[in-house]
Design a protein around this ligand. Structure first.
Ligand SMILES: [Zn+2]
Ligand SMILES: [Zn+2]
Ligand SMILES: [Zn+2]
Length: 474
């Protein structure tokens, strides 16, 4: 990864980091990087193309079905072209998977395998390069993969044992002959994957479908109110500016959900990334933090707050179970019952309230009660606008969802406006050539067409579309 405007530097308290050497406008791409290696998650091996990560049969996918690699019968591709492009990365993996069939390699094993095979290919290429041949796979990197942080020294005995276990079983897959000699080197690699691998989402940002390693982008430190966001477009990761960035500013992303309370964020960062966050939002972000605990009025008694907090937490657990059992009517009753009590005590920006409102939108949509779903979705969107900066992926994606609900109940003009706002945010957070942005443009176009039709014509149009098998957005 070499990119104009970014350089590696030594921070005062957070080790290495990346900083801007030029000005970036909001929404501008700061870095784009192809993965050093990536793998489809086990949960999605039969659903997405193992090369481009598209999901056949879904809107925006080039084809309806995947076809299997005849060698390992594990890898699947959307087109012959993807299969051909994947072959250099898959060739040795294909043999390794066959070797352990009917066993299936876990995600981390496949990822580490790909890293080691790529390293070997690069070593060979370097050898060839001396003979005057070109080498296009190896590009200049800001850092080498081995130089990434592994936090091994901060891990407890149990965590270390889990890593040793992975190293131990890796030999069956990779073959012991080819494995690096030292177990320390292997443990280092597995530990690097733990703290540096980045989850890759489907184009709607709903599900994590893959995992990749991006040595340059891994150098970005965390901030709870970051100036950048990293989004994947297929396997490629793109970092964009969430606000104007001046030369000399450190570039940061958020490793976790920014909507959580300070206590929760710091807890997660410590557990997963082994550091105590001392960012401005954690140390001085009182105003934002107060919103996340906000009450409906100042007169609410402390006992009422205590009661509703405990009650909400208990109900969230119960609703989670009801949801797992797919008992939607019951989930609806539990959610609305809790909301009725919450409404007397805590405000919509309170994290416990947002969680409940989100459940309400989900369950009402599922039960096809779009009118109440819309009412709750509008409240969530209003809360997000108070809690998030004006350009933020969560806000953009939520407005998209809100616009779709408005459209479904034929509030087409409102839908056009909401989807338009979503598009202006998503073009900045995801970029104009991202699948989500393209899908949004398609939605806006359809919506505008319907907005100009009479109600009767709209109904006919929808029925014709349904017959033709076109999918309405979820
Ligand atoms: Zn593909
Ligand atoms: Zn294969
Ligand atoms: Zn923080």
């Amino acid at each position: 990864m070499s990119y104009p405007g970014v350089e590696l530097f030594q921070t005062s308290a957070k080790g290495r980091g990346l900083k801007a050497t030029r000005k970036f406008e909001t929404g501008q791409a700061v870095l784009k990087q192809e993965p050093y290696a990536y793998a489809v998650m086990s949960s999605h091996i039969d659903v997405v193309c193992h090369y481009c990560l598209c999901a056949p049969g879904q809107p925006g996918a080039p084809v309806e079905d995947l076809h299997r690699c005849t060698g390992c019968k594990f890898a699947q591709y959307c087109t012959k072209e993807c299969q051909k492009k994947a072959w250099p990365e898959h060739k040795q993996e294909c043999a390794a998977i066959k070797r352990i069939t009917p066993g299936k390699p876990v995600d981390q094993t496949r990822l580490v395998g790909r890293i080691l095979w790529r390293r070997k290919r690069e070593e060979n290429l370097n050898g060839e390069k001396k003979d005057g041949k070109e080498n296009d796979e190896k590009k200049v990197e800001l850092v080498k993969i081995e130089e990434l942080e592994d936090h091994l020294s901060k891990r407890n005995a149990e965590e270390k044992e889990a890593i040793d276990e992975k190293v131990y079983s890796f030999g069956d897959y990779f073959t012991y002959d080819e494995m690096p000699d030292s177990d320390e080197e292997m443990a280092h690699l597995f530990a690097i994957i733990d703290c540096n691998a980045i989850g890759l989402n489907d184009h709607r940002g709903v599900q994590t479908i893959g995992v990749g390693i991006y040595p340059g982008i891994s150098m970005l430190n965390h901030d709870c109110s970051p100036n950048c966001v990293a989004m994947n477009n297929g396997p490629r990761l793109e970092v964009r500016a969430l606000r104007v960035i001046q030369p000399g500013e450190e570039l940061c992303i958020s490793y976790i959900d920014s909507l959580e309370t300070t206590e929760k964020r710091r807890e997660k960062l410590k557990l997963q990334y082994y550091f105590d966050c001392e960012c401005d939002t954690c140390t001085k972000g009182e105003e934002l933090e107060n919103l996340k605990h906000a009450l409906v009025s100042e007169d609410i008694k402390e006992e009422s707050v205590k009661y509703i907090n405990q009650f909400s937490k208990d109900m969230l657990k119960r609703i989670h179970k009801t949801k797992q059992n797919q008992n939607w009517e019951r989930m609806c009753n539990q959610t609305l019952g809790t909301l009725a009590q919450q409404d007397c005590v805590i405000a919509d920006t309170n994290v416990l309230k947002i969680a409940m409102l989100n459940h309400a939108v989900e369950v009402q949509s599922f039960l096809r009660r779009q009118e109440p779903a819309l009412e709750y979705a509008e409240r969530v969107a209003a809360a997000y606008e108070k809690l998030l900066p004006p350009v933020h992926p969560t806000l953009g994606m939520y407005l998209m969802r809100l616009g779709v609900i408005q459209w479904q109940i034929q509030k087409t003009e409102a839908a056009v406006a909401t989807l338009g706002r979503a598009a202006s945010i998503i073009s900045k957070t995801h970029g104009d050539d991202h699948g989500m942005f393209k899908e949004l443009l398609g939605l806006i176009h359809q919506c505008k067409m319907e907005a100009h039709m009479s109600k009767g014509a709209q109904r006919e149009f929808r029925m014709a579309k349904k017959k033709a098998g076109l999918k309405l957005p979820a």
